[in-house]
Write a protein that binds this ligand. Structure first.
Ligand code: F6P
Length: 575
């Protein structure tokens, strides 16, 4: 059961104890490792294929004990049970939160709640698998060439049109699973209402072999619907100009039928756009946009990588869901990582959190996590509407290593801010290239380049943890005047996540891991991590401003003076 009024974590004894520990806290990772030879093994955990080393974080047994108590006091485990059972823990929208149901295996073996559980009158497993089967059949048709465009050519390019969760998830997973993409099929992703986006993404495409997926949970998002209309216009114009269709109403609607499909919870709006509801894949209001990549929202990726890989992807999520549900709190990786983040944010006053994948294919993962974490936990009231009593949300950012090393790591190593960082790596790369010649120095001929890459991964977390003392700098013969600039204090906390390879399952595992970290933090903060009212005002005002930008004098006159003069300047520049 989830409580209608959240526990105020700041009024618990554990919170007070953590505050007392934080007062004057002076971590010393060198000393902690020296004093405890088992520190690495003590704080290394396994969740499915993910080996997660928390030993270079700011954990001690005392801190861990208090954090675990906080998780107990705030009911993290029981709220998770309530979530997966379909309770309406999205209180402000009065909805169940069931993204975990999207990846429950079809055979139903050992599931909790048992296969066939009903929420709000709906058999959840039946609904999920009926949609999955429809998506898989569609993907098979496109991949085999059974589905063709209006002129009978097979589809080569899928353009996904969506934004937020209807874009960031699919594009991130498509990039992550590039090695699994079927030859002859590519995906492109249009999200921004900046017309340059659709212009560039349709540039060079053959309309006869292009299929658009309009992905929008609500089918009411301005950016997506505008881009969908522009895509339809592009398709009609290009097919008519080449003589592939006549331009008659019938030809145009046939073209839409063969070149447009939709993913949405609002099938009536899909039909109004002209897309045959037969060619629409549904999902449900109990899947939040940022939690939807494993729903039909991922259809573009299912086409690209195929149903078998998608099943493996979903199995990866489920493995972590099961870990979250069954692992004791003290070994529960998402819970531990969420608790650590609370420790850093609320007690040690970290302002942001870096996520640094040492996997080029995960280059969109930080952007994906920005929506997942910040849209979920950037809240100022608790789920019963009371003001929060502590900071919430984390500012996530990052870039893949080693690129980040040559950009912003300086600030993490030697700046004044505490920036906890998650380092993510895999053991076996998709492309095991060797450097045949080497560099004549450290890089030997035949050196495995992935090993070289990983040496950076290991070196960075080591440097951040243990730093370099003034004496060590002096011992290198450094002039005394430069010694301070070359000292690394160390004691910069990191978490290392290592997986065997970037398989579809591992990608699913990583996403689920962060979903449940967000859940853990949100529960401790007592907030509804599943609504996103904060994006509404900007949307409303964009609609209100649109007539003014279009030259409507009355609408312009009703703007505040700054907005009015900016629009006037804009109109002047437009000529
Ligand atoms: O940014 C707000 C938001 O509602 C996100 O939560 C969502 O992922 C995105 O817009 C897109 O919404 P839709 O899928 O309904 O077009």
């Amino acid at each position: 059961m989830t409580e209608s009024t959240p526990v105020d974590s700041t009024s618990t004894a554990a919170w007070a104890n953590l505050a007392a520990i934080a007062d004057g806290f002076s971590p010393d990772l060198r000393a902690w490792f020296a004093a405890d030879p088992s520190r690495a093994s003590r704080y290394t955990f396994q969740a499915a294929d993910l080996t997660v080393d928390l030993s270079k974080s700011f954990l001690t047994e005392e801190i861990l004990g208090e954090l675990l108590q906080l998780a107990e006091d705030t009911g993290v485990a029981s709220r998770y049970e309530a979530m997966i059972a379909g309770e309406h823990i999205n209180v402000t929208e009065d909805r169940a939160v069931l993204h975990t149901a999207l990846r429950r295996p079809k055979d139903g073996a050992g599931l909790v709640p048992p296969k066939g559980f009903v929420v709000d009158g709906e058999d959840i497993d039946a609904a999920v698998h009926a949609t999955l089967d429809k998506v898989y059949a569609f993907a098979d048709d496109v991949r085999s060439g059974a589905w063709t465009g209006v002129t009978g050519k097979r589809i080569e390019t899928i353009v996904n049109i969506g934004i937020g969760g209807s874009d960031l998830g699919p594009v991130m997973v498509y990039e992550a699973l590039k090695p699994y993409v079927q030859a002859g099929i590519q995906c492109r992703f249009v999200s921004n209402i900046d017309p340059s986006d659709i212009f560039e993404k349709t540039a060079g495409l053959d309309p006869e072999t292009t299929l658009f997926i309009v992905a929008s949970k609500t089918f009411g998002t301005l950016e997506t619907l505008t881009n969908a209309r522009l895509a339809r216009q592009w398709l009609w114009n290009a097919l008519t100009e080449s003589g592939a269709i006549s331009g008659s109403e019938d030809d145009r609607s046939n073209a839409v039928a063969k070149h447009f499909v939709a993913v949405s919870t609002a099938l009536d709006k899909v039909a109004a756009f002209g897309i045959d509801p037969q060619n629409a894949f549904g999902f449900w209001d109990w899947v939040g946009g940022r939690y939807s990549v494993d729903s039909a929202i991922g259809t573009a990726v299912v086409v690209a990588v195929g149903p078998d890989n998608w099943r493996e992807f979903l199995a990866g999520f489920h493995a972590i869901d099961e870990h979250m549900r069954t692992a004791p709190l003290a070994e529960n990786v998402p819970v531990l990582m969420g608790l650590l983040n609370v420790w850093y944010t609320n007690f040690l006053k970290a302002q942001s959190h870096a996520v640094l994948p040492y996997v080029q294919y995960l280059h969109r993962f930080p952007a994906y996590l920005q929506q997942l974490t910040m849209e979920s936990n950037g809240k100022s009231v608790t789920w019963d509407g009371s003001p929060v009593t502590t900071d919430t949300g984390e500012i996530f950012w990052g870039e893949p290593g080693t690129n980040g090393q040559h950009a912003f790591y300086q600030l993490i190593h030697q700046g004044t801010r505490l920036i906890p960082a998650d380092f993510i790596a895999i053991a076996n790369p998709a492309h095991p290239l060797k450097d045949e010649t080497g560099d004549g120095n450290a890089v030997k001929p035949g050196q495995d380049v992935h090993d070289l890459f990983m040496a950076n991964f290991f070196a960075q977390t080591k440097a951040l943890a243990f730093g370099k003392t003034a004496d060590e700098v002096r011992a290198e013969g450094t002039a005394e005047s430069v010694v301070p600039a070359r000292v690394f204090t160390g004691n910069k906390p990191t978490t290392s996540i290592l997986a065997p390879a970037l398989t579809p399952s591992v990608v699913g595992q990583l996403i689920a891991l962060y979903e449940h970290i967000v859940f853990t933090e949100g529960t401790i903060w007592g907030i509804d991590s599943f609504d996103q009212w904060g994006v509404e005002l900007g949307k409303q005002l964009a609609l209100q401003v649109t007539p003014a930008v279009g030259g409507d004098a009355a609408a312009l006159g009703s703007q505040d003076s700054s907005t009015k003069s900016l629009i006037e300047k804009y109109l002047e520049l437009r000529g």
